[in-house]
Write a protein that binds this ligand. Sequence first.
Ligand code: BMA
Length: 385
Amino acid sequence: MKKILIIAVAILLIVSCGSKQQKHTDPMAGTGRTERTENLLASLHLIAGKGNYMFGHQDDTAYGIGWVGDDNRSDVQSVCGDKPAVIGFDLGHIELGDSVNLDGVPFSRIRKEILLHFERGGMITISWHLDNPLSGGTSWVAGSLKELETHTVESVLEGGEQHEKFLGWLDRVADFMNSLETPCGVRVPVVFRPWHEHVGSWFWWGQNHCTAEQYKALWKLTVNRFKEKGVANVLYAYSPNIAGNVSKEILMERYPGDELVDIIGYDQYCSAAEGDTVALGAYASQLDVCLSYICDAARQHGKVAALTETGYESIKSADWWTRTLMPVLDRHPVCYALVWRNAHDKPGHFYAPYPGHASANDFVSFYNHPNTLFLKDVKGLYTKK
Ligand code: BMA
């Protein structure tokens, strides 16, 4: 009986891998990463160099407005007939050993969706809203715990009282990265974007809660631990955020170093009240200025730029896509722009349109614009250039 089962599994593997060998080769590049991972990075440079940008959406295939957990469903696809080229997922709470993330999405589902999107030819980016290892709170700094949280980064670094525990947390993320493997043995390349929006102070790794040196040490610890765990399928994205009096120096102050970063990103949201065209314009001009800083920095450091998070909660302007966002993106060589999630359980907390939304038609025009890339437009992201 056992024998029959083993033979059946072997046949299944051979059939699903589409080859006579049980495993495809997953060649390594000389850099300690897989060739596919390096090919993805080269593709990102090419896309940005051509003046194109991929559209991305957080949690796109996990849930949307009025649905959760359906197979092969996407609000973006329901509106324009194609999936985003980039899908983002978040690993918050994986560090605790939980089976679902902080937004209730099972990690098994996240893994499945990542493999599916890779097989479709799309790109995956991963963020991590992890808890506070020192206070037991969330990523977000709560007023009453402020003092303790100010010391969190220091506490996880070498010599700190949370160091050992924190290594265990990093290992859980590294294990997840290593588990992203197709049945044919191909490791799925992903963009990992840790310690984001650090120019603000809302997360425990933010500006006021650690020194620049501590922030950089946190980054280095993360990358080195992943290396030690054999992670070979990850590109790293640095993503500062908008802040008052923003300058290129502020955005780049905590840049961890060329050998530790592949993508220089930027996060900025539009928070205009409905009908406030002045605020819409302010978002666009601020984005324009900051993307020029980010693209400049990327050029200087030999990196590729991206708008790693953006969006307008509830999209309260029917032509936001083509009138506000698109003209700015058209002016800067960013390889992708990702909007945040369409929460199924938080009314109004959505950033991509769904069928019937007032901006749906405008989104179709955005989709049809020659510079925007959706899933059907991206070919060979992982093949040699
Ligand atoms: C935030 C919100 C939260 C969510 C978090 C992580 O911006 O969407 O509801 O828990 O991102 O996805």
